[in-house]
Design a protein around this ligand. Sequence first.
Ligand code: C2E
Ligand code: MG
Ligand code: MG
Ligand code: MG
Length: 280
Amino acid sequence: YAKSQGRNNFQFYLPAMNEVTSRQLSLEAGLKEAIERDELYLVYQPKYTLPQHKLTGFETLLRWESNTLGSISPMEFIPVAEEIGMIELIGHWVLNQACQQLSVWHQIGHTDLTIAVNLSAKQLKTDLVSIVQAALAVANLPASALELEITESSIMKNPTDAVTIFTQLKELGISLAIDDFGTGYSSLSYLKHFPVDTLKIDKSFVHDIDSKKADATITTAIIALAKSLQLEVVAEGVENHKQLSLLTDYQCDQVQGFLFNKPLTPDECDHLFFKTAQAI
Ligand code: C2E
Ligand code: MG
Ligand code: MG
Ligand code: MG
């Protein structure tokens, strides 16, 4: 097609394509070295109950500070890690690090805190169960302290395998959450087949909850659905008091978001433990 349009079209398309390709190649090359170069690290975003604002635990979020490329968002590098077959190695590293960190917090007395770890669809294989079991054993943590988050769209890539693995994970005693709930256009009937504990309302609904009727309606519908299925419901991306007050009125169980904290380094989490009452 481009050829039939004449030579100039090549000059128009090629630079853009080269840019994408070289970015992709740099990300791929960088990721392959990232672990051994110590460029990956974890941050932890606190979760709080409503209406009391009691700290329940943290969601683990992966960060990459590349020597050559600077800081890269997980939205950009996780898909690359999936494409080049590195997400299992990286995901394994995340799981172990997160469990080690929670173990330290349990040892200093915060034994009620839980840790949530995000999983990629590619990690939903049977060896995940033994990897999780080993991570808990090494960190000397009870299974009840660990929650795994998986997006609705990841589950739908292979629902049959997901049910099998979820069932085995549940047998270990860990909790399972469906992340970005409401964005995956799937049939709701799958919910009754999955042994999940928690629905996480996607931040895109929370964002305009106070200004867009449809977003408020979807949010209240997800909360009602969760309650009727006896699931815990967590809202992510809470940025202001208006959103918080609506979610409190709607009886959402837990919240996380920049209004409370951005994702924190372990040192910042330690600092948080010293605050007796929350400012919010
Ligand atoms: P997610 O699991 O839905 O995580 C929530 C995202 O919302 C995080 O983005 C978090 O920093 C951000 N966030 C938290 N509070 C607020 C807020 O109040 N407002 C707004 N606008 N955003 C908020 P982040 O850290 O960039 O991660 C993006 C996504 O990357 C995650 O979405 C998750 O899908 C993926 N991800 C992050 N870490 C991992 C990981 O270790 N493994 C896998 N497989 N995926 C990960
Ligand atoms: Mg998540
Ligand atoms: Mg989410
Ligand atoms: Mg998300």
